[in-house]
Write a protein that binds this ligand. Structure first.
Ligand SMILES: O=C(O)/C=C\C(=O)CC(=O)CC(=O)O
Length: 220
């Protein structure tokens, strides 16, 4: 193994970014030690837009992960890379092809169908006055689909009784739903799975309030 492989991975992360949080959970579950380089999405209009970071991530978003001598962007891509390169370190995808498809389905609904519609860049464009209603609308619409899908595939967790990448996506999205005061009562399965995972050590350590860049007045 070369030096690159032995270097500790670096995650460019923002404490409250749900996409960074997904990857933090996956790294923690797989017990991959990593350092965090905090990128403030709000300081000075957003450090993600500076020239230096654009070289790391041309989408000017977090997360990005430097690992195994490579730099990777896009949270789901990163999580699949971790899974493919470290399949035996706490697998986060089921063996069964159909179950794998169900995991990807839930990941996709959240990562393409919900989160991008309520991320910072879109809410700034929508404007202060409309942003809460906008976020509530799209999260509620997406959660209706997630709840329906889960009614067919959930066990203890999103797909069966093992934690998968779908759970890594769900928990941060529930946090965002609460942040925008979405009424979660119509989604009992989502709430049950979120409760199931809230005290899991890998999920707790990845929580925004446990991050080095979490403002002290918010940190637990
Ligand atoms: O207000 C802030 O602190 C800035 C950014 C975020 O929380 C993260 C997002 O834009 C949305 C998301 O993670 O889904």
């Amino acid at each position: 193994m070369g030096d690159d492989v032995e270097t500790k991975p670096v995650l460019y992360s923002y404490w409250r970014s749900s996409c960074s949080w997904r990857v933090r959970i996956a790294l923690n579950l797989k017990e991959i030690p990593y350092d965090i380089k905090a990128v403030s999405l709000i300081k000075g209009g957003g450090e993600q837009h500076c020239n230096e970071y654009r070289e790391v991530n041309p989408m000017e978003q977090v997360p990005s992960l430097c690992i195994d001598g490579h730099t990777l962007v896009e949270s789901l891509n990163i999580m699949h890379y971790l899974e493919e390169t470290r399949p035996n370190q706490r697998p986060l995808m089921p063996q069964d092809c159909f179950k794998r498809a169900k995991v990807r389905e839930i990941c996709e609904v959240i990562s393409s169908g919900i989160q991008p519609l309520q991320n910072l860049i879109v809410l700034i464009y929508v404007g202060e006055e409309k942003k809460k209603e906008w976020a509530q609308h799209w999260i509620t619409r997406g959660f209706r689909a997630v709840e329906k899908l889960l009614s067919a595939c959930a066990g203890k967790y999103c797909v069966g009784d093992e934690i998968t990448l779908a759970d890594c996506c769900l928990v941060p999205q529930v946090f965002n739903a609460r942040r925008f005061h979405v009424d979660l009562r119509p989604f009992p399965i989502i709430l049950r799975i979120d409760r199931e995972l809230e005290n899991h050590p890998a999920f707790r350590a990845a929580h925004p309030s446990s991050q080095p860049d979490c403002p002290p007045e918010v940190a637990k």
